[in-house]
Design a protein around this ligand. Structure first.
Ligand code: SIN
Length: 564
């Protein structure tokens, strides 16, 4: 048994008598958490108050979308702010599709969650006796607490430190969860499937990790697009695993494109925070014209989908591949203090934001949809919980309000952790019938690295072209065809749920990307209107008569349209 895993075994030793022989030679725990962004870390801390927890993460404990979050955490704690105002702003950004119950839960429980983070040592910026609140688009108040432009890093540091010093939490890094273990061969009958953990690649081998309850907190999917603010790990793995296991997925047509990612030769994908516009940054095109007033009364602080489409249009009108963000009118000391990460990163690529314009263009940023959960983070599978970006409580509707994502992670991370621990305490650990025991001998045939990389690029290209900031039925239909073709090239089917028997992480990621691209494209075809992050050029209007509804995608079922 590899080092560290003995501990996992020991945690649930008393349960081992109820396990069959396969399970005894596998690894098991009370609550298994997959993913180590703010949602997974916070869930682990909550669950560990009542249960033994194993947290597995794809690469390192700190690597996740959370680490790169710049803007901050939206919370109704400023003197002129109220819970009602924050709820109102969130619902208005969500364009009529928010679940108001979920929003009220997030906004009200957000206050104790952020307070607790401060008590645990989060070193956010202060102004006198209060945190310093910044402004971001579509907020009616200054309500974003932050640490310069590195709020995600600060939040990660505090949570990671706490997780590492909690005895009941075991961490497995470089463990890639492939598929959920369930008792259903084909989930034709909804609500009747139970989750018992995952099959994962651990230390180069396939393993079943059994758990009384499982929490998916695997984050986002920005890597399905070539331009994105998300790190390399964000390949949509949790969405795909949940869909293959028969979970209901909802609102999958709503991908948010952030208006401003860096567009600089040789520089990697990098976010230029909305807070730059919140602090007075101006968007101008290559001709030096400030253009946002043409598109929205709130100018640079219009909703993200509006700004992204405006930028795309200006790029088209000027025939130039980017626009510029100008913050040069602000004092140098303010810029350095407020945006040290952006300032230092751009400097490495020869750009001084005190005197230079920042070349920017939109990039995939956030998935509003995901695994359908209620406000207790329960999914449609028994024993499976989801929180953070991979989950969809309906809290963001069709468009997420800036800086509500870390808040969501903290609030629903705790709810997932608490409820998963409660569920675990009512269960004895068992292995499911029909369980697939991973074989490390009979692997899915390996593919050469170039074919896998080429397939990933092809998926990104077609999504960017046809399932990006603007969509229409022709492009969406064509994408379904292209995805099948890409799949054929590498012997994978975009709508298949067959488990891969492989220890090749890149191959698993490609399969996940194909599955998720398929779901997003299908959902985008079904919604014949424009709303929030979903803009159909062939149906440009928001249709509140027919489309105040949500689309549920479940494997082996036709898309289902349900009332709010
Ligand atoms: C940003 O800093 O612009 C991103 C914050 C967010 O997406 O909430």
């Amino acid at each position: 048994m590899p080092k560290g895993l003995q501990d996992i075994y020991m945690n649930t030793e008393t349960d081992s008598s109820v396990l069959n022989s396969e399970a005894r030679s596998s690894w098991y725990t009370d609550v298994l958490i997959i993913g180590s962004g703010a949602a997974g870390l916070r869930a682990a801390l909550a669950a560990s108050e009542r249960a033994d927890v194993t947290l597995i993460t794809k690469t390192t404990l700190k690597e996740s979308n959370t680490l790169y979050a710049q803007g901050g955490i939206a919370v109704a704690m400023n003197v002129d702010d109220t819970i009602d105002l924050h709820v109102e702003d969130t619902c208005s950004a969500g364009c009529g599709l928010c679940d108001v119950d979920a929003v009220e839960t997030m906004v009200s429980e957000g206050i104790p969650r952020v307070t607790e983070l401060l008590d645990w040592g989060a070193n956010f910026d202060w102004e006198g006796a209060l945190p310093r609140f910044t402004q971001e688009a579509a907020h009616s108040r200054r309500r974003i607490v932050h640490k310069g432009d590195a709020t995600g890093r600060e939040t990660t540091d505090v949570l990671v430190q706490r997780v590492l010093s909690t005895e009941r939490i075991r961490v497995l890094s470089n463990a890639f969860a492939i598929d959920l273990l369930t008792d259903a061969e084909t989930p034709q009958v909804k609500d009747n499937t139970t989750c018992y953990g995952v099959t994962a690649i651990v230390e180069g081998e396939l393993r079943n990790l059994y758990a009384k309850s499982t929490i998916l907190a695997t984050g986002g999917l920005g890597q399905l697009y070539p331009c994105t603010s998300n790190p390399e790990v964000a390949t949509g793995d949790g969405f795909a695993a949940a869909w293959r296991a028969g979970c209901e997925m909802v609102d999958m047509e709503f991908v948010q494109f952030h208006p401003t990612t860096l567009y600089l030769d040789g520089a990697p994908n990098f976010l230029i925070s909305e807070a730059v516009r919140g602090e007075g940054g101006r968007l101008i095109n290559i001709r030096g014209e400030r253009f946002m007033e043409k598109y929205h009364e709130k100018g640079e602080l219009a909703p993200r989908d509006v700004v992204s489409r405006a930028i795309q249009n200006e790029m088209y009108l000027t025939g130039f591949p980017c626009v510029y963000l100008d913050i040069t009118h602000k004092p140098a000391n303010f810029i350095q203090e407020r945006f040290p990460t952006i300032s230092d990163t751009t400097k490495r690529y020869g750009l001084d934001i005190n005197i230079d314009l920042i070349p920017v263009r939109p990039g995939a940023h956030f998935m509003m949809g995901g695994i359908r959960t209620n406000i207790d983070s329960e999914t449609s599978l028994k024993g499976l919980y989801a929180c953070g970006e991979v989950a969809c409580t309906g809290v963001h509707g069709a468009n997420r309000l800036a800086s509500n994502s870390l808040l969501e992670c903290l609030v629903f991370g705790v709810r997932a952790g608490d409820n998963a621990a409660d569920y675990a305490s009512s269960q004895t650990l068992q292995t499911p019938p029909n369980i697939q025991i991973p074989s490390n001998e009979e692997m899915t045939s390996e593919l050469d690295e170039n074919s896998v990389l080429a397939a990933k690029d092809a998926i990104r290209e077609t999504l960017w072209e046809n399932v990006g900031i603007e969509r229409d039925s022709e492009g969406l239909e064509q994408t379904l065809y292209v995805l099948e073709e890409i799949g054929t090239e590498i012997d994978l089917c975009p709508y298949s749920s067959t488990s891969l028997q492989t220890t090749d992480v890149a191959l698993c990621e490609t399969f996940n990307m194909l599955n998720v691209a398929w779901i997003i494209t299908q959902a985008a075809l079904v919604r014949t209107e424009s709303r929030g992050g979903h803009y159909r050029a062939d149906f440009p209007e928001q249709d509140d008569v027919d489309w105040l509804q949500r689309i549920i995608m479940t494997r082996d079922h036709d898309p289902e349209i349900v009332e709010l």
